[in-house]
Design a protein around this ligand. Sequence first.
Ligand code: PMT
Length: 301
Amino acid sequence: MVHGKADSLLGAVYLATSALTSVAPAMNQAMWCHPATLDNIDTLVQRGVDIIGPGDGIQACGDTGPGRMEQPELLIEQLANRFTNGKLQGKKIVITAGPTREPLDPVRYISNHSSGKMGYALTAAAIEAGADVTLITGPVNVAPPSRCKVISISSAEDMLDAAMVEAKDAHIFIATAAVADYKAVSVEAQKIKSTQKTLTLTLEKNPDILSSIASAYQQLFVVGFAAESKDVQAYAQDKLRRKNLDVIIANDISRQDIGFNSDENEVSWIDKNSSTLLSKRNKTQLARDLIEKIATACGSE
Ligand code: PMT
């Protein structure tokens, strides 16, 4: 590459393309450390080539040191970084995702079917847009995107505490989490015995995280989600007003093909003036579309 040799397919493509170029070197540690190699790498860097790695560790030849090809996940991440669209550059976004768990005793809890997919997809899309993202997540089985701050919580109270701290210096707050509306008035210290025929639980309302954040931090652009099983538009509009939000994203969770745990969703974007349907698509694409709309709505573009 440094000498412009086009005697291999790779060399010819490199010379012929004006595309961004990244290199992930893999070689023996002594080869990597040789001044000839390092000079060549310097030349490539000066020409705008992105060098990923190499990693350090045990090598195929038995040596130990720098020269291992970087992990594929890291390659993907660094390549993705090169395509940040910058729509939310300089913005801090706090996103809540997944369910909360409200304990009843040492083994049982109240929760719901949220998988975290919608919130995690929004996190990935916000990172793609160049935002500095904090993800506050309930317990889910999805791996969080890299390149964001992840705060794992369990209960609604924990989520509220984390959100209050993180939203203080944020620009945008997106509440995808399915927060349990109620918790047990008292959590039993010992396992509740299953000898009785019926069991009565006394529940009390959990704090409303979204409302608390919207009223505590007026500078925030606040986006809520509404999970509704009927009269979706009307109930969502009511939440938009009551919770003092800039936008609410309404989804019909009575449908099996969208909403909870599904890979796809169909939502309405509802703000103070209008309602726009975003027809069914996978959550990755939907998240990108929503982040683009959020960037436009909060004047980031
Ligand atoms: O996680 P997935 O499986 O991908 O599913 C995605 C989803 C269906 C969970 C998501 O698209 C969604 O609709 N999230 C909102 C779930 C919800 O709790 O909706 P709600 O209508 O009950 O609450 C309205 C809003 O208030 C939500 O933004 C919620 O985060 C927030 N809220 C609710 C109660 C509470 N105590 N505190 C809150 O902050």
